[in-house]
Design a protein around this ligand. Structure first.
Ligand code: ATP
Length: 203
């Protein structure tokens, strides 16, 4: 499903990823780990088709990673922590908008919110949520899209113990549904609970 072939990613002054090759089959989860500034988010942006490789190739379901390609966008759901929201739409209305846009049952929006532990916040506006509540909302938005690959940067960020437990379970449920997941993390617990493969960057 996700195929990375001899990938190199650099900044102006350093090589972040050099000659990375891997295959992530449907239903498997890849954890990307490494210190601050090592290139985890950069790798996720490349997998999400938001950044071109300096050399090498990334494909999802055979399609070259390119955010401007509608076929690629349909295959990949991305949560990189930079999502915008509409001031006039509630939490639940945002999720319903996503389900409607992707032609899936709008009822799963409320189910997803309940499962994330913020079902009681359905009628609030996203800008009124706490950091952890906002993270749960963002995770719901990523997971309700009917994509083959889910790409998430630091899913545990800002979450309490129960929230981290929910994320680990949610990742395992995605892979049980034959979706693939790529996440960057600083949590060894999430790696051990969620990952089938691990890539370490920055060394
Ligand atoms: N837009 C940008 N322009 C220039 N350099 C950037 C840009 N974004 C990131 N970098 C640099 O690229 C390197 C890798 O950054 P990246 O965000 O991928 O690291 P990370 O491993 O995700 O870090 P963290 O654990 O802190 O989130 C860092 O040195 C960073 O300063």
């Amino acid at each position: 499903m996700l195929s990375i072939d001899h990938l190199c990613l650099s900044t102006d002054d350093s090589d972040l990823i050099t000659d990375l090759t891997l295959q992530l089959p449907p239903g498997e989860c890849l954890a990307v780990v490494g210190p601050n500034g090592s290139g985890k988010s950069t790798l996720l942006r490349a997998i999400a088709g938001l950044r071109r490789p300096d050399s090498g190739e990334i494909r999802v379901g055979g399609i070259i990673a390119d955010d401007s390609d509608p076929a690629f966008r349909a295959a990949v759901s991305v949560e990189l922590g930079d999502d915008a929201t509409f001031a006039e739409l509630t939490v639940l209305e945002h999720l319903r908008l996503i389900t409607a846009a992707h032609d899936v049952d709008t009822e799963i929006a409320a189910v997803a919110l309940d499962g994330s532990g913020i079902g009681d916040l359905a009628d609030r506006f996203p800008h009124t949520l706490s950091t952890g509540q906002r993270q749960r909302f963002s995770m719901c938005a990523a997971w309700i899209r009917p994509a083959d690959l889910v790409v998430i940067d630091e899913p545990e960020a800002g979450l309490d113990v129960a929230g981290r437990d929910w994320v680990a379970q949610r990742i395992r449920r995605s892979t049980a549904d034959a979706r693939s997941v790529v996440f960057a993390t600083h949590s060894p617990e999430l790696v051990s609970r969620g990952a089938d493969q691990t890539v370490t960057v920055g060394r």
